[in-house]
Design a binder for this molecule. Sequence first.
Ligand code: PEP
Ligand code: MN
Length: 360
Amino acid sequence: MEIKLEPLSSWPIEQKKPVIIAGPCSAESEDQMLQTANALTNIGNVIFRAGVWKPRTRPNSFEGIGPVGLEWMNTVKQQTGLKTTTEVANAKHVEEVLKNDIDIIWIGARTTVNPFAIQEIADALVGVDIPVMVKNPMNPDVDLWLGAIERFSKIGITKLAAIHRGFFSYGSVKYRNIPQWQVAVELKRRIKGIPMICDPSHIAGKRELIREVSQKAIDLNFDGLMIETHINPEKALSDKAQQINPHELNSILEKLVVRQKSTDNEKFTSSLQGLRTQIDDLDSELLEVLKRRMNVAELIGQNKKENGVTILQTDRWSKILENRIKIGGKYNLSEEFMTKLLKAIHQESINRQTKVMNDK
Ligand code: PEP
Ligand code: MN
């Protein structure tokens, strides 16, 4: 379905790129909120985030302060002028948030996975003009992410953004949630013009990695960053290891290299054009070779058919794989890439041969 979008410039926020959303994982006390927010005003117009209902993996951990946190958000807004955002996970949350004048809402990863919950939240938002940011689901399913955004679009929300926060993976070591950047890039391709925010905190899971994940997102032309920031991270009641203080946030943002999407520099433009022409030519050569290879595969299929031989010859396939990976290595093509490429080509050959076999 077509998703009608208003650009970020129509959101009630200051226009700059990247948009910065910062603030604690959880609202803990009015003091903690005000001290964090005040320190953030030095950075410029950040959007202030805090969760008041926390979807914790296991019970008996801090599950959020509840609606009183929204009143603190409001105090922050009045005292600092910062815009505010919080997570909602059901219709009751929406009602509380609207009562307390929160500027933007976001949907958490554990909610995006559930179409019933998303529909309930969407229904509670009918007729309301509030920006909605939708985090990716826990699992790398572009359609599920897209579907949630479509449900908000369907009830008339036009200020929509996506937040990429990585994906749960059993036994992941480096990241708390592995980024799988291609999933976010694919969503951007499927919804033209959707603002894309990265949440390096929940991807990283540890503060030391936040800088590199942020830079990567900016290199991929993301529109903004949501970074958990706490006046005293060591004392945080949730997500302690990944929160940074406002000073550290400032240092990360100052060192961020923001590259342009394009430039007027003529020399750059013409050299880029030249290189792109080369890529186009090489791609057409690649496709031509693939077409010829598939034609040969069909001839083999014909041969096998006439002689009553099976399509899949495991020995031959193992030899091809081994030999091509070795050659690929000499060309600086990684084993992972070669394996994926060869498997895709092999599958297409099998499909062609199957078709030949089945042809009357
Ligand atoms: C959060 O932003 O604090 C949060 C709970 O995030 P996620 O839904 O990405 O886990
Ligand atoms: Mn968190």
